[in-house]
Write a protein that binds this ligand. Structure first.
Ligand SMILES: *Cc1c(COP(=O)(O)O)cnc(C)c1O
Length: 417
């Protein structure tokens, strides 16, 4: 069956034909047949260079042979135990050894669970209710953080089914804006439990922090007894061995992980300073639990993945990223387009706007119809990027020079329209 038919069939059984909304691009998404390295094949026989990479986890490309091998071995040994394993200690050691703020770890199953539990922990240790997030930041699909619309609007949920009572303690402010944070803390600093931030915003394209901004957040939260959470579900193990906190040299109180940490399998993690992590049950009384927490398959895949992510890996990835961003920048100049190439390390995106993008409002000035055309042209030419202007494209270790060359050619033609 072809993708179009499968999609029509899928719509009868799965809401919108998919299991996560962004996947349902128009007119119909291609259905995956198989994938390897930097390439993804669909059931229609078409082959794509993949820059979506499952929305982030696959920094080593699809089905890395070392991961496949170890996971196969683990499959034979058992897929879930409900009792602890040695590998959980090994993975926790790798995480705490690399990530500056990490003294202890709780493994969960998704980034969503990780931020939900980190926020609970922050509220518990401060005894305060309010949480602050940035407009356009994404911390998963749970009720407390599903608020991003409206400039400065407080407590208005993005989805029906999220009661205002649940989000009335969620305060939204613009990213990269020092004054907005200062004003807020002056007014209600003593009620704020946590500021949760994606150190590089990766869910409205790609927006790095302005110089000194993360340092500022670190200082003002420390001064006001507010827990600083870095949501490193994207940046963790991507920007550097120790994630964005190593890359920018700013150490938060708590950090959340997901995506890369599971080596292509479902995972999430909450980590941070010992004094806070000791409050997590059963050592402390802040409840957190999960049937599949520390799942041996995900833990094994994560363990192999982190072992493969050494200094040399990050240097190589950075080179590929720079090459691609420079190439795209050159194309934009040649074609006299004033769109912006955003990104760093293995992250990139083109913003279809002439504005420099520092926050959500800037990002929203992008022409999404132009992006749409660009996306579909790329797809025609065998290059798959996430189907939204407000997602980020990723590069893996397996993207070859040929892949990158072919991609730049395709980008050049796609931008011509
Ligand atoms: C993807 C993502 C999440 C949610 O992770 P899931 O595993 O999809 O639940 C949370 N925060 C950030 C920054 C993310 O990019």
């Amino acid at each position: 069956m072809k993708s179009e038919d499968l999609f029509n069939e899928a719509k009868k059984y799965l809401p919108g034909g998919v299991d996560s909304p962004v996947r349902a691009f128009k007119p119909y998404p291609f259905f995956a047949e198989c994938a390897s390295g930097s390439h993804l094949k669909d059931v229609d026989g078409k082959d794509y260079i993949d820059y979506c990479l499952a929305y982030g986890p696959l920094v080593l490309g699809h089905s890395h042979p070392d991961i496949v091998k170890k996971v196969k071995e683990q499959l034979e040994l058992g897929t879930a135990y409900g009792v602890p394993t040695q590998n959980e200690i090994e993975l926790a050691k790798l995480v705490t050894g690399r990530v500056p703020c990490a003294d202890m770890v709780r493994f969960v199953n998704s980034g969503t669970e990780a931020t939900m539990s980190a926020i609970r922990l922050a509220r518990a240790v401060t005894g305060r209710k309010k949480i602050v997030k940035f407009e356009g930041s994404y911390h998963g699909a749970h009720d407390y953080v599903l608020v991003k619309s409206g400039s400065g609007a407080m407590g208005l949920p993005d989805s029906p089914g999220v009661p205002e009572e649940t989000t009335k303690n969620t305060i939204l402010i613009p990213f990269n804006d020092i004054e907005a944070v200062e004003d807020l803390i002056r007014e209600e600093g003593e009620e704020i439990a946590t500021i949760i931030v994606e150190p590089v915003m990766g869910n409205v394209g790609c927006i790095p922090p302005r110089e000194g901004y993360l340092e500022f957040l670190r200082q003002i939260t420390s001064e006001n007894g507010i827990i600083l959470i870095f949501d490193e579900v994207i940046t963790g193990f991507r920007l550097a061995e120790g994630g964005a906190q190593e890359y920018y040299g700013v150490t938060p109180d708590l950090v959340t992980f997901g995506k890369i940490l599971g080596g292509g399998f479902p995972i999430g993690a909450i980590s941070g300073k010992r004094e806070y992590m000791e409050k997590v049950a059963p050592q402390g009384d802040v409840y957190q639990a999960g049937t599949f927490n520390g799942n041996p398959i995900s833990i094994t895949a994560g363990l192999i993945t982190l072992k493969l992510l050494d200094r040399n890996f990050y240097t190589q990835l950075e080179k590929k990223g720079q090459y691609l961003r420079k190439g795209i920048g050159d194309i934009l100049e040649e074609q006299d387009l004033d769109y912006k190439v955003a990104g760093l390390s293995s992250m990139f995106q083109i913003y279809f706007t002439g504005k420099d993008v520092y926050d959500y409002q800037d990002a929203k000035t992008a022409d999404t119809e132009k992006f749409d055309k660009y996306f579909h042209k790329l797809l025609e030419k065998g290059v798959f990027i996430p189907p939204s202007q407000f997602e980020c494209c990723f590069i893996s270790l397996k993207h070859s020079e040929d892949d990158l060359e072919h991609t730049l050619e395709a980008v050049g033609e796609a931008l011509k329209g």
